[in-house]
Ligand binder design. Structure first.
Ligand SMILES: CC(C)(COP(=O)(O)OP(=O)(O)OC[C@H]1O[C@@H](n2cnc3c(N)ncnc32)[C@H](O)[C@@H]1OP(=O)(O)O)[C@@H](O)C(=O)NCCC(=O)NCCS
Length: 321
């Protein structure tokens, strides 16, 4: 069903995102890997303990990064960079899942000397531009809850809050330790339309969050419940996508003690009576109390994010109005 399985030429999608005539936005060249790793150590030392610490390892670039035209399944990542006056100033790692059906902005790092000049925004817009060029159904990215610039850049680019993932990132502490922190998942659906699910195929928790997050009420009628294999996702190793057509899979996830972290639009691609249709999926993952993780003060977060954090931490039960 999915036809794009080679990386397209991304030059035409990326260069228009430049913030000024002096800035070039393009993919990394194989010969620039060593230089970029040196810069990353300087720009963001916390990367060494982060989930994407492999960005400091040349082997990752040799094995996983595409430099033009390679098969997406074999080399699922591209590195987009911004350059000004011959100097790299920003990079964002974009990683394809499911042979290009999803594209994630796995990590953005900007040179501290260039903070506040819009390069975080360029990275966020690159995620959507590359997802479109690839023919993906969804572009998404994770931002630490208290990273206001990162969240702001994603929202300004058109991604919206879809889930909160407890303990999905690692950060260094002041005393030389490492702490797990939660991230917010922001996503942008690129499919033409997302069909509402059937009420009879949803658990009450899923129905409530679908309404609170997306304002979508399920439709009535016969259940048409289908067995759809749950999918792993690069969002977090412990997370899985569960179709909103599959009531048993939602019940199973909840009976397994997994928490409902969010509802994602448009990732459930399937045929109904021969027509290509896109539905919602629930994102389940480890519950917050299963992790020794740090959370920011909810008072420092925007209300919609604070509300979802409360739900994911079990402090609030979402009810469909
Ligand atoms: C997060 C990061 C990528 C932002 O890069 P940047 O180039 O400074 O971001 P931008 O200039 O594009 O600003 C993005 C938005 O955040 C806002 N912003 C910038 N700094 C901010 C701050 N400290 N607090 C709140 N908002 C801020 C900007 O005004 C802009 O919003 P706007 O589009 O409404 O004007 C950069 O700080 C960075 O590399 N940090 C270290 C690595 C990191 O944390 N990566 C993200 C991992 S989740």
């Amino acid at each position: 069903m999915h036809t794009t399985n080679r990386w397209p030429d991304l030059a035409a999608a990326l260069q228009p995102l430049a913030t000024s005539p002096e800035v070039t936005v393009r993919t990394l060249r194989a010969g620039e890997v060593e230089r970029l790793i040196t810069l990353l150590h300087r720009w963001y030392p916390a990367l060494a303990v982060a989930e994407v610490g492999y960005l400091l390892d040349p082997v990752f670039y040799a094995d996983q990064v595409a430099y033009g035209g390679e098969a997406v399944a074999e080399r699922p990542s591209v590195m987009v960079v911004a350059e000004r006056a011959g100097e790299l100033e920003m990079c964002v790692l974009l990683t394809a899942e499911d042979d290009g059906r999803l594209l994630s902005g796995a990590m953005t790092v900007v040179s501290p000397a260039a903070y506040g000049r819009g390069l975080g925004g360029v990275a966020a817009r690159s995620t959507i531009a590359v997802a479109r060029a690839l023919g993906a159904d969804l572009a998404y990215a994770l931002a630490e809850l208290d990273n206001h610039a990162s969240r702001r850049a994603l929202e300004a680019a058109g991604l919206t809050l879809c889930a909160v993932i407890p303990g999905s990132e690692r950060k260094p502490t002041a005393n030389g330790g490492v702490v797990r922190v939660a991230e917010a998942m922001y996503a942008c659906s690129l499919v033409p339309a997302v069909a509402p699910p059937r009420a009879a195929a949803l658990t009450p928790t899923v129905a409530a969050l679908l309404y609170v997050q997306h304002g979508v009420r399920p439709i009535g009628g016969e259940a048409r419940s289908a067995a759809v294999p749950a999918r792993a996702t690069g969002v977090d190793a412990a997370c899985r996508f569960v179709s909103l057509r599959d009531l048993d899979a939602q019940r199973e996830a909840e009976a397994d003690g997994l928490a409902l972290l969010g509802v994602i639009p448009g990732t459930d691609r399937h045929l109904i009576d021969g027509a290509l249709t896109y539905g919602f999926e629930a994102l389940y993952g480890r519950p917050a109390d299963a992790l020794d993780a740090a959370w920011p003060d909810p008072a420092t977060l925007p209300p919609t994010l604070a509300e979802l954090v409360d739900h994911v931490r079990g402090a609030r039960t979402m009810r469909a109005a």
